[in-house]
Design a protein around this ligand. Structure first.
Ligand SMILES: [Zn+2]
Length: 389
């Protein structure tokens, strides 16, 4: 129902029974008045005579003593209001009447601009493109439509994303597929199922961000190993890229959020030799054919035996430099043969299947590849840094 129809009906017929309804109704009136006034002000008039006529029409529509919209409100809403509603209708009506001073012709004339017609070339276009009937609306048309538009610079993939895709491509070509899992993880998948006992220091809340006693922000991508074993069984060849979280203070080499890539291969006749040759192939694909790899014994609760993988220094070729601390080697990954208990936890029979796994830091690989000395640069969204990649 339009406001013109509403002011012609008594409140009872409009279903207004309380002061709240009265206020809502007057808010509608106020909005309609303001809408009509600002429409006229922004539209403007074509000439002074036109302006006089438009202002008088609007004034009369609302304020005319006879048949003005406010006179209907007086007649149909105020005079017929019940005893209970009369005070609130009276108050609202009074304030509307005060505000309606802006509808007096003298006030409107000051507000409404006269938009003189400029006989410019663009005007011809304006007239031609505006349908008849709304020709009093003026439109701005740019002078030269053949000028080029504003081009926004195109962004690029974040260096960590680029590194991630590069590593993914190598393993996708080897027949691995990409798996993902939740970043908010249960302590079961993050620790217990991976053979990390209650007493292990990594379960300490100095290292791990706990949400509650049974839920953590995952500290590594390894929980997805168990989830994937449960989901697909064996054989299984997957890589797991993703965000991980640890209770670390940010500095040049630490960030509370970082990216890991995990790899897992499970099959019936898999050995440490397969692991070595795969990671050696991977390192050569990523950093070049001259790269050599070195495996040293290490310890992780979820692999047995476990190893650390180093590659010959990509900066000095093994001669010794600042980056490799004169050793000629850079440690880049952890790896090992999947612990039989971990296979069992994933629902796979360790008598029938064996597997290997590795884990690396994508951020660290990107830092190495692009020679970046501060991990914080990845997280600062500084375009001057990012646009170099
Ligand atoms: Zn070096």
């Amino acid at each position: 129902m339009s406001i013109d129809e509403k002011v012609r009906k008594p409140l009872a017929e409009l279903g207004v029974a309380g002061p709240g309804g009265v206020q809502a109704l007057f808010a509608e009136v106020r909005a309609a008045m303001e809408h009509e006034r600002s429409a006229l002000v922004s539209r403007g008039a074509a000439s002074e005579a036109d302006r006089d006529r438009l202002c008088k029409d609007l004034r009369d529509r609302w304020l005319a003593r006879k048949n003005g919209l406010l006179s209907f409100i007086d007649e149909n809403w105020l005079k017929t209001a019940s005893k209970e509603l009369k005070p609130s209708v009276g108050r609202s009506f009074n304030s509307i009447r005060q505000e309606s001073a802006a509808f007096e012709v003298s006030a409107l004339l000051k507000e409404v601009p006269v938009r003189a017609h400029e006989p410019a070339a663009s005007d011809v276009l304006t007239k031609a493109s505006v349908p008849a009937g709304i020709s009093n609306i003026t439109r701005e048309v740019p002078g030269d439509l053949t000028l080029p538009g504003n081009r926004r610079p195109i962004g690029s993939l974040h260096p960590v994303t680029q590194m991630q895709r590069e590593i993914e491509d190598i393993f996708l070509n080897l027949g691995f597929r990409i798996e993902s899992g939740p970043e908010i993880e249960s302590t079961y998948y993050n620790f217990d199922a991976l053979n990390i006992p209650e007493s292990h220091p990594s379960r300490d809340d100095w290292d791990t961000l706990y949400i509650d006693s049974k839920t953590v922000l995952r500290t590594h991508t390894s929980p997805v190993q168990i989830r994937a074993m449960e989901k697909y069984g064996a054989p299984l060849y997957i890589i797991i890229p993703g965000k991980c979280y640890r209770h670390d203070n940010p500095d040049a080499s630490h960030s509370p959020m970082f990216h890991q890539m995990e790899g897992l291969a499970i099959a019936s006749d898999i050995t440490f030799a397969d692991l070595k040759v795969t990671l050696d192939f991977f390192a050569k694909k990523l950093f070049g054919e001259k790269i050599r790899t070195r495996f040293q014994p290490s310890f992780f609760p979820f692999t047995e035996p476990s190893g650390e993988v180093s590659i010959s220094c990509i900066f000095c070729g093994g001669e010794g430099c600042r980056v490799c601390k004169e050793s000629g080697w850079i440690e880049v990954m952890g790896c090992g043969i999947v612990h039989p208990q971990v296979l069992r936890n994933g629902g796979i029979d360790p008598e029938k299947f064996t597997g290997w796994a590795f884990g690396l830091g994508i951020d660290r690989f990107a830092m190495m590849k692009y020679d970046i000395n501060d991990i914080q640069l990845f997280l600062q969204s500084d375009v001057r840094f990012l646009e170099q990649f």
